[in-house]
Design a protein around this ligand. Structure first.
Ligand SMILES: [Zn+2]
Length: 166
């Protein structure tokens, strides 16, 4: 029997994703030397993924964000339920804008998808830091409009109806 590789994602590590902001996918991608992501060209250097020029001879690999995108395995999903029609465009635009800003600073914090069906907006993310930032931004801009329930890998934010909000 082959020994399991030590960098395999354990369920213990996966559970730590949201508790401590650690990321099982990130644990898989802790190269020792300088590495450049073969998909997005982010560079891993001195323990961090950054947007910078890869030095000559950098090893090529997949960064945790691109790995999650390839696996369609979000680190966190924010579900926004019952958002009224007239608020949806602004909300979705704000999500994109905030995610763009975050990804410019942190290559591994990225938006994977936003789906907007009539009753639900679903936002899938590669990192829990971006999830926290988005939750804070939504709460700030739509003060008292949402009831939030934070789960390990999902946040559900439900729009209060007019009567409950008043
Ligand atoms: Zn990448």
């Amino acid at each position: 029997m082959r020994k399991l590789p030590s960098n395999r994602i354990s369920s213990q590590k996966a559970r730590r994703v949201d508790a401590g902001g650690l990321d099982a996918y990130a644990d898989l991608h802790k190269p020792s030397g300088v590495v450049v992501c073969k998909t997005c060209r982010a560079v891993h250097e001195r323990g961090k993924w950054r947007w910078s020029d890869a030095p000559d001879g950098a090893e090529s690999a997949l960064c945790p964000a691109c790995h999650r995108i390839e696996d369609r395995a979000p680190a966190h999903v924010i579900r926004l339920d019952d958002v009224p029609e007239e608020q949806r465009t602004e909300l979705v635009a704000m999500i994109h804008h905030t995610a763009d800003e975050e990804a410019r600073q942190h290559p591994i914090e990225r938006l994977m998808w936003v789906t907007d069906t009539k009753s639900r907006i679903e936002v899938a993310l590669t990192g829990v830091h971006l999830a926290r930032r988005l939750r804070a931004a939504i709460t700030r801009s739509w003060r008292q409009r949402f009831v939030s329930k934070l789960g390990v890998d999902t946040t559900v934010m439900r729009w209060k109806d007019a009567e409950a909000a008043s």
